[in-house]
Ligand binder design. Structure first.
Ligand code: FAD
Length: 627
């Protein structure tokens, strides 16, 4: 056997395998093509590619590199040496010469390196077996040692309220329910079926539901989204792969584990959330839709319950839900009323920097042309060989571009594209009809005629102070200021103010008949250059000129800026203990996810919810292992 003759054996990773578009079967193909085998053979210095058995190789990452002149697919492949057994003994001698010196090949010693990740359900079940505490067999669970005297009678599971069913709330609920907690998942919005109908009524008949819209409802803000699963917290880390594997468990395609830039699209997110819900219910989670938490009940600096109201019928009279041992607050960044309520309880919160700007929309064809040149024909509305083109641009703008440089404030602002949606559409993400803000979504094929992305500039406390806004919620007021201004500029009824990028750069409004937009509720030509304070407008103008250098053609009469993009991330951070995830000021409160200031996107929110779930399970005495 090969291992006896070859001490190396095992699994090897082979990296940076570049296959040209003409030799690759296309973006959707995740197997081992002849073109890929040729590249593998080159790295292995194996003379005859066709003799390599394809079954010995697994594609673990595939991305499309549009940056180079000659665009290529770039692969990472795992090679299982035991599957090379079919080779002639003489021809496999090359394996003993493999050395990780080139950086292109590496012996994978860790099981996780070889792509053998588990989903969260298996991980928790394993932890529970090894380090969990069975409430029924041990008589008394040890209770919360930190809290002193709280012990749970064996007949009573610890009771947890998880507020919000976005990615962070769902993942926290999953961990806690798997560990045996009695979880109530409380969501102000509706289940995806009803939420879909509410969003349909908004887009078609302008019927706006304050509690069931693009931000609120099952799955949270990211349900009617592009479903990009990329995150800046690392690409292949264990926690991210755990989240992705869990999404696959609930119905996401396995390809998200392989693509360099995985995304789902709304059409795949909706059924996925349905099966996530069903699983939680099978675990005994009590899911309450249409229920808004509008108060916390505090006894002796410890949360013991929540005040809720029926958000469907907009009944303000709150009813009380008592007896909770902990409350996980996973409310997202648009729950402004919830922030206000926390403030009234003196929960520790601080301002957080975020970014504001406009959403730019181009014809997708134009972006394909800029990024791919002749290869643009291969896109074919998301059905072709290469992925629908995207872009990512960033620029630092020094304060010299600012009319009134901020003396002790930032000397540089960052200006960048954000949440780019190829083949997508611009959507309304307001949660109050007097305010107007937008974002982007797409379906899995990304086949619409438009490409949109936010172009945003970082803002901080100095910007809030300049508008005389102070206190932990100053950033919220800052957002609101420009959302209201945008609503006024649009003329009401959710009509979005727009301006061609060429006019915006020249601070004028010459084009009154604007190019068409994917935004379904109507657009109106407006002086967007007058919407933000001058230094923000100038930072945007300067950056757009820089982006043109990187993406020639970006500045075009067909590029339309839409106002406003204000909810890029949370304007608030709710302080918590970094080990226990518990609020620094209120025992039993666990602020998690984007709204608490610890995540910025679907995957990072899910990761945060997952870790918070483990930390809370530990402090509730359901788990004694490491997190
Ligand atoms: P949320 O997802 O915001 O969930 C919070 C939930 O809490 C909501 O369902 C809300 O209804 C509920 N809630 C709030 N207050 C209360 C209360 N008082 N009582 C009961 N329930 C309450 N991210 C990406 O990574 N990729 C993308 O492609 C992407 N596209 C996006 C497109 C759009 C249109 C939007 C709006 C966002 C997009 N995002 C995207 C951002 C992403 O959705 C968020 O980062 C992520 O959902 C944050 O997760 P969360 O669990 O922290 O909060």
């Amino acid at each position: 056997p090969i291992d006896e003759r070859n001490k190396l054996g095992g699994v090897w990773g082979i990296f940076k395998l570049e296959v040209s578009v003409d030799k690759d079967p296309g973006n959707d193909f995740l197997g081992v093509s002849d073109g890929l085998l040729e590249e593998i053979a080159k790295v292995l210095k194996f003379p005859v590619a066709s003799m390599l058995p394809p079954e010995a190789f697994t594609v673990v990452r595939k991305s499309f590199d549009a940056r180079k002149k000659e665009q290529k697919f770039v692969y990472t492949v795992n090679m299982d040496v035991s599957k090379l057994l079919s080779l002639e003994p003489r021809t496999i001698d090359f394996i003993s010469e493999l050395e990780p010196k080139t950086g292109l090949i590496e012996h994978l010693t860790d099981q996780r390196d070889s792509g053998d990740f588990c989903d969260l359900i298996s991980i928790v079940q394993n932890c529970r077996k090894n380090d969990g505490i069975s409430l029924l067999t041990e008589g008394l669970a040890p209770g919360n040692q930190n809290g002193g005297s709280r012990v749970y009678p064996y007949s009573r599971k610890p009771k947890v309220a998880v507020v919000g069913s976005g990615p962070s709330g769902l993942f926290a609920s999953l961990v806690l329910a798997e560990f045996g907690a009695d979880v109530s998942l409380i969501e102000r919005g509706q289940a995806v079926e009803q939420r879909g109908r509410d969003i349909g009524a908004l887009v078609v008949r302008r019927m706006f539901q304050e509690e069931s819209n693009f931000c609120f409802g099952e799955g949270g803000a990211g349900t009617w989204s592009d479903g990009k699963l990329v995150t800046r917290i690392g690409k292949n880390s264990y926690s991210i792969m755990t989240v992705l594997k869990t999404l696959v468990h609930f119905g996401a395609p396995k390809s998200i584990l392989v693509y360099g830039k995985p995304h789902l699209g709304t059409d795949r997110l909706v059924p996925l959330l349905r099966s996530f819900r069903q699983y939680l219910q099978e675990l005994g989670v009590n899911i309450k839709f249409g229920t808004r938490v509008n108060d916390l009940l505090v006894e002796g600096a410890h949360v013991v319950g929540v005040g809720v109201s029926d958000s469907v019928n907009n009944l303000e009279s709150a009813s009380l839900e008592l007896g909770y041992d902990a409350v996980v607050l996973a409310v997202g960044h648009s729950a402004r009323d919830t922030y206000q309520m926390l403030l009234s309880h003196n929960v520790d919160m601080v301002q957080k920097d975020f970014a504001v700007g406009l959403r730019i929309e181009h014809p997708q064809e134009l972006i394909n042309g800029i990024q791919y040149s002749e290869l643009a024909n291969e896109v074919q509305n998301g059905k072709g060989k290469v992925p629908v083109a995207d872009y990512k641009v960033a620029e630092y703008v020094s304060a010299e571009y600012e009319d009134t440089p901020l003396s002790s404030g930032p000397t540089r602002r960052s200006c960048y594209s954000f949440c780019m949606c190829p083949g997508g559409q611009v959507v309304l993400t307001s949660t109050d009809p007097s305010e107007l803000c937008i974002n982007g979504m797409s379906f899995s094929r990304r086949s619409s005629r438009w490409a949109n992305a936010a172009l945003v500039v970082s803002v901080s406390s100095k910007d809030f102070e300049a508008l005389n806004l102070h206190g932990p919620l100053a950033g919220v007021e800052f957002q609101r200021e420009f959302e209201r201004k945008a609503a006024t500029m649009g003329g009401g009824n959710f009509v979005v103010p727009v301006q061609t990028v060429t006019d915006f750069l020249e601070s004028k409004l010459s084009v009154k008949r604007v190019p068409s937009s994917s935004y379904r509720l109507g657009v109106k030509a407006a002086n967007l250059h007058e919407l933000y304070p001058q230094h923000i407008t100038e930072a945007l103008q300067h950056s757009i000129l820089m982006f043109e250098k990187e993406l020639p053609g970006f500045i075009s009469n067909n590029a339309l800026l839409h106002g406003v993009e204000t909810r890029t991330s949370s304007p608030v951070k709710i302080s918590r203990n970094s080990d226990t995830y518990e609020s620094t000021s209120l025992k039993g409160l666990y602020p998690v996810g984007e709204g608490a200031g610890y995540a910025g996107g679907i995957v990072s929110a899910a990761v945060d919810g997952m870790y918070a779930g483990f930390a809370l399970a530990k402090s509730l005495g359901l788990y004694r292992g490491s997190i």
